[in-house]
Design a protein around this ligand. Structure first.
Ligand code: ADP
Ligand code: GLC
Length: 466
């Protein structure tokens, strides 16, 4: 079975968040199940693309409204990814050093049109087209409606919603950018008076998945305006929990971390990583280390961090280290805390540092208001770091509280009281050294590898081929 994943991000080529991790791992694990899964993404100007060799496999000109853009399809020469990677290079639009910005409508439309134009020329067509989020949300519409893609009409399309908050809206006066279709069906593109690529994908895809079962249920209640649509389409919707790339995220072999470790060497291994972090960030290594890694946005609770951290640090004998970037006001709000002795922050994006923090932290904070799946909590389990999560979306599906014979700490609701209470519970848990250490060993063994979920996706594809 030939599966083509179409995505804006893919690790290790270009990553903003968890979408990249999923797009870089799921196809690899699907290929272990004897499928032929490949990835197509935009060609960005970044360190990865500058340092890798690509072969030109196709070039042509695409039409975006009345503009013509030359494009090339590049295939990576290195075969270490576990799948074939194709990048769409539209020099006039996509070859930028950022993934997302204000010009995304034109950029991602050009990407989607170029991709489908190229797919039309392939001798071996995909059996399944799997799109991810709104950036590729017009593909299911174009495949089913645009005259020039008529020959792909019966190719099943699957949409995975990683985050329904962002929908890619644009005004109807840009409809001429989409290749010609029967205008009687323009309603398929519309939701609430705008062209809404995510809504169009929900309407036109053969199946819709979300990245955890709980998130699917939550979206039916709260989906940034798409609740009714999701309820209406619920027969074709299913939640499939993400996995993590077991090979990349493995403390025994991770080349990013200071000292590798496994269950039997967790104490010395975690200590070496924690000592390194505490030295670098001027924190006391005797205190339990609470860490946060992620985007500093409202969804992650980041607008409350400065208040939460101030209160938690004044009430508990702990240290906090944060790695993240995002909304400028949230970044700014953390600056006054830098004068506190037990707090430090690295504002920015740093893949290597994130691995050391997963390894060296004692607790990982995730007070997310919205978390479609969340990968950080699963990485932290793999590194023996106890997650503290708000019980929502994928966090609810993966973390059981120690009060209920579980292994993590859950709180209900994101506010200063609930979150600091959870931090206080964690601090008390840390004092019981034996219990804490047994728990850390136990969580390293919880299997969140892609094996099961990759299989579920393959079953879903098979059901569409029968
Ligand atoms: P989201 O995709 O909503 O940001 P996820 O939990 O699915 O959240 O995935 C976030 C991914 O991005 C993880 O791999 C995490 O380690 C990584 N990440 C987030 N922020 C940073 C950062 N500032 N530096 C390094 N890695 C980061
Ligand atoms: C999104 C979600 C996150 C999820 C990731 C990968 O970015 O916000 O919860 O883990 O996609 O599916």
């Amino acid at each position: 079975m030939n599966i083509l994943h179409i995505t804006a991000e893919c690790y290790p080529i270009a990553k903003v968040g968890g979408l990249a991790d999923v797009a870089g791992a799921l196809p690899k694990y699907q290929n272990e199940l004897k499928t032929n899964s490949n990835v197509v993404m935009p060609f960005y100007n970044n360190t990865f693309t500058q340092n890798n060799n690509f072969e030109k496999v196709y070039n042509n000109t695409l039409k975006l409204g009345d503009q013509n853009h030359n494009y090339t399809i590049l295939k990576i020469e290195d075969d270490a990814l576990g799948f074939d990677l194709f990048c769409v290079d539209v020099p006039s639009l996509l070859y930028k050093d950022y993934v997302y910005s204000v010009d995304d409508t034109d950029r991602f439309l050009a990407f989607q049109i170029a991709t489908l134009d190229w797919v039309l020329t392939l001798e071996k067509k995909p059996d399944i087209i799997h799109t991810h989020d709104h950036h590729t949300g017009l593909i299911p519409f174009m495949v089913s409606q645009c005259f020039k893609y008529e020959s792909l009409k019966f190719t099943p399309t699957v949409l995975t919603i990683h985050n329904a908050q962002y929908q890619g809206w644009f005004a109807h006066n840009k409809v001429n950018l989409i290749p010609q279709f029967n205008f009687d069906n323009v309603g398929l593109l519309d939701w609430g008076g705008n062209i809404n690529p995510l809504a169009a994908a929900i309407k036109c895809s053969w199946r819709v998945t979300t990245v955890s079962p709980s998130y699917m249920e939550e979206l039916k209640q709260k989906a940034n305006g798409l609740e009714d649509l999701l309820n209406h389409e619920s027969a074709k919707c299913v939640g499939i929990l993400n996995g993590i790339d077991w090979k990349v995220w493995n403390p025994e072999t991770d080349s990013h971390i200071i000292k590798n470790y496994k269950k039997s060497t967790i104490v010395s291994g975690k200590k070496a990583n924690k000592d390194w972090l505490c030295k670098k960030y001027n924190l006391d290594n005797k205190k339990p280390l609470f860490v946060f890694i992620g985007r500093l946005v409202h969804e992650k609770g980041a607008d409350l961090f400065s208040e939460i951290f101030k209160k938690a640090l004044s009430e508990n004998d702990i240290s906090i280290l944060l790695l993240g970037s995002g909304d400028k006001t949230n970044e700014e709000s953390l600056k006054p805390l830098l004068t506190l002795p037990n707090f430090n922050a690295h504002i920015g994006y740093d893949e290597k540092l994130s691995h050391i923090i997963y390894a060296g932290g004692d607790f990982l904070l995730m007070p997310s208001r919205v978390e479609p799946c969340g990968l950080n909590q699963m990485y932290s389990l793999r590194y023996g770091t106890v997650p503290i999560v708000n019980a929502i979306g994928g966090l609810k599906d993966t973390i059981i509280d120690i009060k209920n014979d579980g292994f993590g700490i859950r709180h209900n609701g994101v506010n200063i009281e609930e979150t600091t209470k959870a931090i206080a519970r964690a601090t008390a848990f840390y004092q019981n050294k034996k219990e804490f250490s047994n728990n850390s060993k136990k969580i390293m063994e919880i299997d969140h590898s892609w094996n099961n979920s990759a299989q579920e996706y393959v079953k879903l594809y098979q059901s569409l081929k029968n």
